[in-house]
Design a protein around this ligand. Structure first.
Ligand SMILES: *Cc1c(COP(=O)(O)O)cnc(C)c1O
Length: 421
């Protein structure tokens, strides 16, 4: 479900015309729909409502303060992977007891910040990390609530750069080694080992990898309990895929996912933790851009747009597909043309798509790249000295710039030329 559709021949975000946003805010810009975020959160919450659970939205998918505040008001917790994301979640009003700290390389300062805030759980990924957390907790007189992230060694069938649950990935602890971690943790007074965590990948478009991984983890939980360990939480991560290609792939619905998880975990007597990111944010945003030039070269037609790989890196990094649509609906008789849609950056990788059939376009036309609400703005850089682009949040017929474009003066102010140059 996404609230980006045409009305009277003009693409809208809810009841706001994207042409108006382009005129008033400029392009390129990310435009988000509050109604879509809300709907996705509520659909997910309903799908898991039969379980004792915490939804910890994966902040790295879209960490804008307005987005986090919106989700906080809906009751969401947060899964954070850095001290910066922890600060964002707390600033947005997400209470510490709903915050999970994930990530393979938490620094001492990040552990301290999480402990001082009183977060719900640290998901640790190695013995040295656990030892460090114990030392820091004792140092400040706290006990760290911890889950061990396992690596279930399942293939999520997704792009290799977003697969995280294979033995060769850097994430988690081999299931065979988890017993030893629990044994050691018993002797760490700063650690309260309370659960098992996992996250097997992203954009997973069928339920089988989740089923295999949950079944493995359930076996592990029973084994650990037989050894006398208490297991209170089971964090199954995120990773549920969404549709990018206008319905080409049909990932499982949140309901099917929730039913599967419930069936496989209902006898475990654990509190479930979910960390959805893409599923909440992906279809809640578009990248709004303008055609700068139409170039006919060799056998190709290039649409050169004002957005580039620094603004949205997913196509370059993961070969990701994004639906592309003109903001002004084409006439019924419009000619369809095969375009390569590219940005202005001096890299051949700065290509959003090749050989895409689109209605004939002209310089000045506005387009949207759909499904850009997750892993879009958060992965942007200022490569080629292109300032970060604005983020706009729409609700009903109103919109606000929720991150403004820095000026070149703002950017230059952060740099310094030593007098010995
Ligand atoms: C990235 C990530 C998520 C979110 O993944 P999605 O595919 O966006 O749902 C959840 N948990 C962890 C630990 C992650 O690294």
């Amino acid at each position: 479900m996404r609230h980006f559709s045409p009305t009277n021949g003009q693409m809208m975000a809810e009841q706001v015309s994207l042409a108006t946003v382009a005129a008033e805010v400029g392009t390129p810009a990310y435009v988000y729909s509050a109604a879509t975020f809300t709907r996705h959160y509520q659909v997910f919450a309903k799908a898991v409502s039969a379980m004792d659970s915490l939804i910890a939205y994966s902040v790295k998918a879209n960490s804008n303060q307005a987005v986090l505040s919106l989700l906080a008001k809906l009751g969401s917790g947060a899964d954070v992977v850095s001290g910066g994301e922890l600060a964002r979640a707390l600033a947005a009003g997400i209470s510490a007891d709903k915050i999970i700290f994930s990530g393979v390389g938490k620094s001492a300062a990040e552990m301290r910040a999480g402990l001082e805030a009183g977060i719900a759980q640290f998901n640790i990924e190695s013995m040295p990390e656990l030892e460090q957390l114990n030392v820091i907790a004792l140092d400040i007189g706290k006990i760290a609530p911890v889950a061990v992230r396992i690596n279930p060694n399942v293939c999520a069938g997704t792009h290799e750069k977003i697969s995280t649950g294979r033995a060769e990935n850097k994430f988690g602890i081999d299931i065979a080694d988890v017993d030893a971690v629990f044994e050691r943790a018993v002797h760490m007074p700063g650690i309260h080992l309370q659960g098992i965590a996992m996250h097997i990948g992203s954009q997973i478009d069928n339920l089988a990898p989740f089923a295999s991984a949950i079944t493995l983890a359930a076996g592990l939980i029973e084994r650990l309990r037989k050894q006398g360990h208490k297991i209170e939480t089971f964090d199954i991560g995120g990773g549920l895929g969404i549709s990018y290609a206008g319905g080409d792939t049909v990932p499982p619905t949140p309901r099917e996912y929730g039913d599967l998880v419930r069936r496989l975990t209902q006898d475990l007597g654990v509190r479930m933790i979910f960390e959805p990111g893409r599923m909440i944010a992906g279809n809640a945003g578009v990248l709004l851009a303008k055609v700068l030039y139409v170039k006919h070269g060799g056998a190709r037609n290039f649409l050169i747009i004002d957005a580039a790989m620094n603004d949205l890196i997913r196509p370059a990094l993961y070969d990701a597909y994004h639906d592309i649509e003109p903001v002004k609906a084409p006439a019924a008789e419009a000619k369809m043309i095969s375009y390569d849609v590219v940005g202005p950056i001096c890299e051949s990788g700065d290509t959003f798509t090749q050989h895409r059939m689109l209605p004939e376009m002209q310089a000045g036309d506005l387009i949207v790249l759909h499904t850009a609400g997750a892993y879009g703005a958060v992965q942007a850089s200022q490569y080629n000295s292109r300032p970060l682009i604005p983020e706009v949040l729409v609700k009903d017929d109103q919109y606000a710039v929720v991150r403004k474009r820095p000026s070149m003066a703002d950017i230059l102010k952060t740099e310094h030329v030593p007098d010995w140059v």
